[in-house]
Design a protein around this ligand. Structure first.
Ligand SMILES: *[C@@H]1O[C@H](CO)[C@@H](O)[C@H](O)[C@H]1NC(C)=O
Ligand SMILES: *[C@@H]1O[C@H](CO)[C@@H](O)[C@H](O)[C@H]1NC(C)=O
Ligand SMILES: *[C@@H]1O[C@H](CO)[C@@H](O)[C@H](O)[C@H]1NC(C)=O
Ligand SMILES: *[C@@H]1O[C@H](CO)[C@@H](O)[C@H](O)[C@H]1NC(C)=O
Length: 447
């Protein structure tokens, strides 16, 4: 019976040309790609989501790039945006006891591995990481952004596998654009966070992740059109609070099409947008100006752009769920958004789609915020930040310290007011307009 239905559906889909009409999104299908070179990147909350996906399926991806956000599993994951902002951003000017301690992440990782909700992070040992941090990011202190390194350094073997760029920048996706976007040091959701930073972040990141090439060479490419795909087939039986849009975008370079005369087997890359820059807010504007499409053509990379959706009251600017709206295990294989994107990958690689995971406990998220007697609505301060067109640049609080979260124990030696990092990595500082590189083997100070 099921076979019959499948056959009928198949015939129908062939008859209808597979996508039902000129303006309806197509279905993602099987693509022939380098399976051992699948990479991820994300801007802002998409950068943390990319880490969530990578930790969930750490064997699957060869590298990740995170632009202008913070680290995996920051915050107590209550599903309340205020809690996240208080613990993981500088918006609340929180006390040192409220700011989340990145060391706690490893306890969560151990728990998730024990529960088989994420793969063993030892898979990360030969993977690559690229981190971009802006010194004047309106949301995160440099320390909060660079704590990504302290999470990954336990798992990635070689400092050669990590590339970090710190630039005098706000919350932007750095590009080499001159026409579209705002100066790198400006905050602007109206330009969907596209920064004119004098270099292309996505080019530098993917050159490093895929080709081990640290020269951020300009790429030439002549992109044709971005396509839409139907996301609903990937979310159909997931909890209703999955917060995925109905449509995503994708781009297949000319040479990666099997009909092409100079066909190549291509790379596969997933890019995750940030808050207030997904389809519901920007259509494809952020993507079009990101530099990713040119890069796709010149380096033979198929690009998939899954799209998250807003949900009220906690996520009114369509961020990825980095704070637990969809339940306690939002950052694991049980997370509905993780499941949706994993199914996209399954489909592209030609595997059957994973069945839904997690059951009732991982699922609906609806009860968060009620248990402790607090109303499940954002405070005025958080609303102020989180409503579209109400983003506000706040001055950097240079004195912010970061210590253990009181309620979860654990200590980190107390910080000085200088931000000190002891990372044996290659760290690049770009202070516009001057441009200089530091090869750091001992420690880097930002004062
Ligand atoms: C941040 O906290 C410090 C120390 O508690 C205080 O002096 C300062 O005024 C606060 N700034 C804001 C913007 O609340
Ligand atoms: C990547 O490049 C660095 C520096 O050029 C080199 O030392 C390293 O061996 C390379 N790694 C790989 C896997 O090719
Ligand atoms: C790195 O990129 C530069 C500029 O595109 C190129 O000239 C060089 O050959 C590349 N190196 C490697 C090892 O691919
Ligand atoms: C997105 O597309 C819709 C429909 O074409 C249009 O009305 C809207 O103004 C667009 N928004 C942006 C930010 O481009």
């Amino acid at each position: 019976m099921r076979t019959l239905i499948t056959v009928v559906l198949l015939i129908l889909s062939i008859v209808s040309g597979n996508n039902g009409g000129p303006n309806s999104p197509s279905k993602l299908g099987h693509m022939v790609v380098h399976k051992d070179k699948i990479t991820l990147s994300g801007f802002s909350s998409g950068g943390t989501f990319a880490q969530m996906l990578q930790f969930s399926y750490s064997s699957l991806f060869s590298g990740i790039a995170v632009f202008s956000h913070t680290y995996y599993r920051c915050g107590t994951g209550t599903g309340l945006v205020d809690d996240y902002d208080r613990q993981c951003t500088k918006l609340f000017n929180a006390s040192e006891f409220e700011v989340y301690n990145p060391d706690l992440v490893h306890e969560d990782i151990k728990e998730y591995v024990g529960l088989k909700k994420i793969e063993n992070p030892m898979n990360l040992k030969d993977k690559r990481l690229y981190v971009y941090a802006g010194l004047r990011n309106a949301l995160f202190t440099p320390r909060q952004s660079l704590s990504i390194l302290s999470v990954y350094e336990r798992y990635i073997d070689s400092p050669q596998s990590i590339f970090t760029r710190v630039q005098d920048a706000d919350l932007v996706l750095p590009t080499d654009n001159t026409a579209y976007g705002v100066p790198c040091t400006e905050f602007s959701e109206k330009a969907f966070f596209i920064g004119q930073c004098g270099f292309s972040g996505v080019t530098e990141a993917l050159n490093f992740l895929l080709f081990n090439n640290t020269s951020a060479a300009h790429v030439r490419g002549n992109p044709n059109s971005l396509m839409e795909f139907d996301q609903t087939e990937f979310t159909r039986d997931l909890p209703s609070k999955h917060q995925m849009d109905t449509v995503g975008y994708y781009y297949v370079p000319k040479r990666c099409r099997r009909s092409s005369s100079n066909y190549r087997q291509c790379y596969l890359h997933f890019y995750f947008h940030g808050c207030a820059s997904g389809r519901q807010f920007a259509n494809s504007t952020h993507i079009q100006h990101s530099g990713l499409l040119k890069l796709a053509e010149s380096r033979n990379i198929i690009m998939i752009f899954p799209q998250a959706a807003l949900s009220l009251p906690e996520n009114d600017i369509g961020c990825w769920d980095t704070f637990g709206i969809s339940g306690k295990y939002y950052a694991t294989q049980d997370g509905p958004q993780i499941q949706a994107v994993k199914r996209m990958i399954d489909t592209i690689l030609g595997y059957p789609m994973s069945p839904p995971k997690g059951g009732s406990s991982g699922g609906n998220g609806g009860s968060w915020g009620n248990g402790n007697g607090r109303p499940n609505t954002p405070t005025a301060q958080s609303q102020h930040f989180h409503q579209q067109h109400k983003y506000k640049h706040r001055p950097t609080t240079g004195k912010q310290k970061q210590k253990g979260n009181r309620h979860r124990g654990s200590g980190q030696s107390s910080g000085s007011s200088k931000l000190e990092f002891y990372f044996g990595y290659f760290v690049l500082f770009t202070l516009t307009p001057a441009f200089f590189a530091l090869h750091c083997t001992a420690h880097v100070k930002l004062t």
